[in-house]
Design a protein around this ligand. Structure first.
Ligand code: R5P
Length: 288
C-alpha cells in the first residue's frame, strides 16, 4: 500500500488545455475497446498506419511447401524485420521464439487440407489464443463456394463473438475458390461481407480497381502476396496496393521463397511504410 504520509493536494489541472480527442488511427476501429486498440496498435504501426505481416501459416493446409520446410532456418531470421507474425499455433509453440516480442496474428481455423476440399473448418478455442497472447486471430471465409460459404461465415461470426469477449481482433481471410473471378467486384463483395460480420481486419488479394475494394470496406485491408513473383513485380504489387489504400501486406511466399528473403522483407517494408517506389525498393533489395 502506498505510504499515506505526505499526501499532497493536486495542483496541475491544466485548466484551459483541452484533453486531446479520442480519435484512433485505424479506420473503423474508433469504437473498439482499449484492449482491441492496444492489440491493433501492435500490429499496425501507429506512425504510418501500416503493417508488414510475415505469413508462414501455409503448412497448416499445404504441409512443408517450399520455404517453410524448416521454419527455424528460413523464417526465424526474418522475424526481426516483420511488424507482425502470422502462423498457426503448432509452429508458434514449437519454433517461434517467445522472446521475439512480435505481435502474433494466429491462424485460428483448421480442417481440411489441399488433399481434399479446402475450408471445411472449425475455429480454435479463444482461450488458446489468449494463452498464446495473440494480437489477432485469422479465420478463412470462402464467399461464393456453395459447399463451405455458410460454415466459414459462421466460423467468422463465432470468432468475432469470442474475440469481443477476449478483446482480440479478428482478421477475415478471403479464400478464393477455383471458380471465382479474381476481380474488384468479387474481392469487394467478399471483403465487405467479412467486415459486416465483424472482422476488424480483412485480408484479401490485390486486383485492378482495388481502390473500390478498399473504399467500401469499413475496416483496414491487408493484401496477401500470392504465388511467387519476380521481386520487382512483387514490390510493384505491394506499392499499387498501398497507393490504392491498403493498410499493409500479409506476405509469405514472395518473401520466404526469394533468393534473398531478408533483403526482400526490408524492401517490402520500405514500400509499405515509406511509400518507396518499386524501382527504388528493388534497388534496395539488390544492394542489401
Ligand atoms: C492463405 O490464406 C495463407 O494463409 C497465407 O497466409 C496467405 O496466402 C499469405 O501468404 P502468401 O503471400 O504466400 O499468399
Amino acid at each position: 500500500m502506498a505510504d499515506l504520509d505526505d499526501i499532497r493536494d493536486g495542483k496541475e489541472y491544466g485548466i484551459g488545455v483541452e484533453q486531446k480527442p479520442d480519435g484512433f488511427f485505424l479506420k473503423g476501429s474508433n469504437n473498439l475497446d482499449w484492449g482491441m486498440k492496444d492489440r491493433l496498435s501492435r500490429i499496425f504501426n501507429p506512425a504510418t498506419g501500416k503493417t508488414v505481416m510475415l505469413a508462414f501459416d501455409h503448412g497448416f493446409i499445404m504441409g512443408p511447401t517450399s520455404g517453410v520446410e524448416r521454419i527455424d532456418l528460413s523464417i526465424v531470421p526474418l522475424i526481426e524485420y516483420a511488424d507482425c507474425l502470422m502462423c498457426a499455433r503448432g509452429v508458434l509453440r514449437t519454433l517461434v521464439p517467445p522472446t521475439s516480442r512480435k505481435p502474433i496474428c494466429l491462424r485460428s481455423d483448421a480442417g481440411t487440407s489441399i488433399l481434399t476440399e479446402l475450408n471445411h473448418n472449425v475455429v480454435i478455442d479463444i482461450q488458446d489464443a489468449v494463452k498464446l497472447n495473440a494480437s489477432a486471430i485469422a479465420v478463412m471465409v470462402s464467399i461464393g463456394d456453395p459447399s463451405t460459404e455458410a460454415e466459414t461465415v459462421a466460423n467468422l461470426y463465432g470468432a468475432v463473438d469470442a474475440g469481443q469477449v477476449a478483446g482480440i481482433p479478428v482478421m477475415g481471410v478471403t479464400a478464393v475458390g477455383k471458380d471465382m473471378a479474381r476481380d474488384a467486384r468479387y474481392f469487394g463483395l467478399a471483403s465487405r461481407i467479412c467486415a459486416e460480420n465483424g472482422a476488424n481486419i480483412v485480408k484479401t488479394y490485390y486486383t485492378e480497381g482495388f481502390e473500390k475494394v478498399v473504399a467500401c470496406c469499413p475496416v483496414p485491408i491487408v493484401i496477401a502476396g500470392g504465388k511467387k513473383l519476380p521481386e520487382l513485380e512483387a514490390l510493384e504489387l505491394a506499392y499499387m496496393a498501398i497507393q490504392s489504400g491498403a493498410a499493409g501486406v500479409d506476405m509469405g511466399r514472395n518473401v520466404f521463397q526469394s533468393d534473398k528473403p531478408q533483403a526482400m522483407i526490408q524492401a517490402v517494408s520500405a514500400v509499405v511504410h515509406k511509400n518507396m517506389s518499386p524501382k527504388d525498393a528493388f534497388q534496395m533489395f539488390n544492394d542489401l
